[in-house]
Design a protein around this ligand. Structure first.
Ligand code: PEP
Ligand code: MN
Length: 362
């Protein structure tokens, strides 16, 4: 956009400036559109230097046209093409994670378990893999109580370099053994771009922790694997920043994303972090991605975990990520917030009752 329009004031901004905002275009195709028509839109976008992502929904095909100057291209460029029903622009910073791009909920499949469907998915296990014995005991307990995914960190993002950093590759091997033994898929964290390939070899879900939510190199790297990514919310990040970070993982069109709310930093210090329960309905409104809640890191104390976990289910989360240790007093990491086997079993019973009340299975 240029000429007089460019300098016309628009509040504190100018129209010209607004046109420079990255406003992905969303091209909705008519029902029953042909492959040729879709290809024509894709080719037109590519010829203008844009990248595209397709959402082959059950109802209709939606094409996101992405690039840093999409705002400067008239929407008629695409609206005139055969088979195009509607062209809109997404002004929000996040595009691929948005409901505008994909109106139906995304269901992520990880090692045979679906996250984001009707079933409320409980992922549980120790904060860190400490030994084969500890992990085997933990998986027996969590599976026995009804968890369907095993969690356990092999690479730990610790605040102090003088604390236990995780068992690394050896820990991943133990996780693989526990999976083989129990049949439960595993979720485990990656902290370094150099270890993405290694972690992807073992994990059914790759976790990106709160501290790395805006580590863009890591996000791009996990987005190149075909494994689902659990993207935890940075504890000083807004929901918009979180969803925009998810776009980094989604940008290559390979990986799927599960969002993980785990509490944010507020002035309140009676809990380790403040669980932002409202982010669950907010995410559900603005994004198609599944969202799970980690009550353990939010609470910081085992006694608070069950109440927060129950609230998460009632508020519409798609699952939980909970720390459970066979013997929390002996835990090398996060023992204070880890549930004992009996506490976890009791919680699962309560969750079943709530799931029934809100029309979900568990
Ligand atoms: C974890 O789940 O082990 C963890 C470190 O969590 P967060 O990144 O949310 O602090
Ligand atoms: Mn932990």
């Amino acid at each position: 956009m240029g000429g007089r329009v460019a300098t016309r004031p628009y509040g504190l901004l100018t129209i010209d400036w607004l046109c420079r905002i990255i406003v992905a275009m969303i091209v909705e195709m008519q029902k029953g559109t042909t492959t040729n028509e879709v290809d024509a839109v894709v080719q037109r976008a590519k010829s203008l230097g844009f990248s595209v992502q397709l959402n082959l929904g059950t109802e209709k095909v939606v094409i996101a046209i992405l690039g840093s100057n999409t705002g400067q291209v008239p929407s008629d460029t695409f609206a005139v093409l055969p088979g195009v029903e509607h062209v809109t622009r997404i002004m929000k910073p996040y595009k691929l994670a948005s409901r505008e791009f994909k109106s139906e909920n995304t269901v992520v499949s990880a090692g045979g378990v679906e996250i984001g469907g009707n079933r409320f998915v409980v992922m549980a296990g120790p904060c860190a893999v400490e030994s084969e014995e500890q992990l085997m005991e933990a998986v027996e307990v969590v599976k026995g109580a009804g968890a369907v995914i095993l969690r356990g960190g092999a690479f730990k993002p610790r605040t102090s370099p003088f604390t236990f950093q995780g068992l690394g590759k050896e820990g991943l091997e133990m996780l693989a053994k526990a999976r083989k033994h129990s049949g439960l898929p595993i979720v485990t964290e990656v902290v370094d771009t150099h270890e993405v390939e290694l972690v992807a070899e073992y994990a059914d879900i790759i976790q990106v922790g709160a501290r790395n939510m805006q580590n863009f190199a890591l996000l791009k790297s996990v987005g190149k694997t075909s494994k689902p990514v659990l993207l935890k919310r940075g504890f000083s990040c807004t929901v918009t920043e979180w969803l925009t970070a998810a776009d980094y993982v989604l940008a290559d069109g390979k990986a799927q994303v599960i969002l993980g709310e785990r509490g944010i930093r507020t002035f309140e210090d009676s809990t380790r972090f403040s669980l932002d329960i409202s982010s669950i309905p907010v995410v559900k409104r603005f994004s198609h991605l599944p969202v799970i809640v980690d009550p353990s890191h939010a609470a910081g104390h085992f006694s608070l975990v069950p109440a927060i976990a129950r609230a998460a289910l009632a508020a519409g989360a798609d699952g939980l990520l909970i720390e459970v240790h066979p013997n929390p007093k002996e835990a090398l990491v996060d023992g204070l917030q880890s549930l004992t086997p009996s506490d976890f079993t009791r919680l699962m019973k309560d969750l079943r009752a709530i799931a029934k009340a809100v029309g979900r299975t568990l």
